[in-house]
Ligand binder design. Structure first.
Ligand SMILES: [Cu+2]
Length: 329
């Protein structure tokens, strides 16, 4: 029995759609999604993956079928039929990708907006007035016009800000992040402590204020699908809500020097009790001198520098004395 060609085309179409939908949801390319933001980004990624797989299978499938079906047979020395083009077909294969790209752009803008990446209040809010000047001309008005600066508007912050639901509300926890060759430092302004690992409570609205001390870095949380440049002299921010307890990598995603690859630390998402316990250990061990050591502003003496290792790593005074004759007994 011969199956009519429109029915087989329909069956092929259904199979192609089902395979694309399955691969779009089960590609396994992304790490765990540890925040609400990550789920939104993943839905967008999966939608694009579904469309890409469908198009790939369709185009490659047609190509492979054509290679076999229309190959030159032995002894056939005739020319192929002279085909000049097919205008309706060309319009169709231009229009379909155009519509797909437009839909993806609207969808991705929607995700960006839900993430808090787009702040309508920030547009034109820098307060700067453009003044065209001829060479040698004196500047008669200040470049920053104070009357133009609306104090109710936040200053223009780069990065991912509050989501539309959290707009106008302060974050539950603010942490200052400093990128430097080759480490991330996290300062908790409430308690004034500085750490090399980031600890945040589960389910809270977290705001990171990101700066760089030396060169460009990029603060990347792969499991949270957010990344933001750390720029010397320009603060940027990331706001997110962790919704999964765990230990996640913090990666520098901007080639910042020879040891860039080692600029990795950890983000710990903890339930409130564990987070509070950690915070108390930080307050208990808080030593303003350590912050200074980390920032290299006021180099400590060898004795000060080695002191923490005596207690924390079980290095004895005798060992230290062997290494450094000036170390006090
Ligand atoms: Cu870096």
């Amino acid at each position: 029995m011969k199956i009519p060609s429109n029915i087989s085309a329909l069956l092929v179409g259904i199979t192609l759609t089902l395979v694309s939908l399955w691969i779009g949801q089960n590609h396994g390319l992304l790490p765990i999604a540890a925040s609400k933001e990550a789920e939104l980004v993943d839905e967008l990624f999966n939608a694009m993956m579904t469309i890409s797989v469908g198009l790939f299978l369709l185009v490659q499938g047609v190509l492979i079928i054509a290679v076999f079906k229309f190959r030159r047979r032995p002894g056939d020395l005739t020319d192929a039929p002279p085909i000049h083009g097919n205008i309706p077909l060309e319009i169709l294969w231009t229009a379909i990708p155009t519509v797909i790209v437009l839909l993806i752009s609207v969808y991705s803008f929607d995700v960006y907006q839900k993430l808090g990446g787009f702040d309508p209040n920030a547009i034109g809010d820098s307060g700067a007035v453009q003044v065209a000047m001829l060479p040698g001309e004196e500047l008669s008005t200040p470049l920053i016009n104070p009357s133009k600066t609306n104090p109710t508007h936040k200053h223009l912050a780069l990065g991912i800000g509050a989501s539309p639901e959290a707009e106008g509300k302060p974050a539950d926890l603010v942490v200052n992040v400093m990128g430097m060759q080759y480490a991330w430092l996290f300062t908790y302004p409430e308690i004034g402590t500085t750490t090399g690992e980031l600890h945040v409570p589960l389910g809270k609205d977290i705001q990171l204020n990101i700066k760089a001390q030396d060169v460009l870095h990029a603060f990347w949380l792969p499991e949270f699908r957010i990344k933001q440049d750390a720029i010397p002299g320009q603060e940027s921010q990331l706001r997110f809500r962790p919704q999964r307890v765990g230990e996640y990598p913090v990666v520098c995603a901007e080639l910042c020097g020879p040891y860039h690859g080692g600029m990795v630390t950890k983000l710990f998402v903890e339930n409130q009790q564990d987070y509070d316990n950690w915070l108390h250990t930080q307050i208990a061990s808080h030593d303003p001198g350590q912050t200074v050591i980390a920032l290299g502003a006021n180099p400590p003496s060898d004795t000060d520098f080695l002191a923490p290792f005596v207690s924390e790593l079980g290095v004895t005074n005798e060992i230290l004395q062997q290494l450094n004759p000036h170390y006090p007994a």
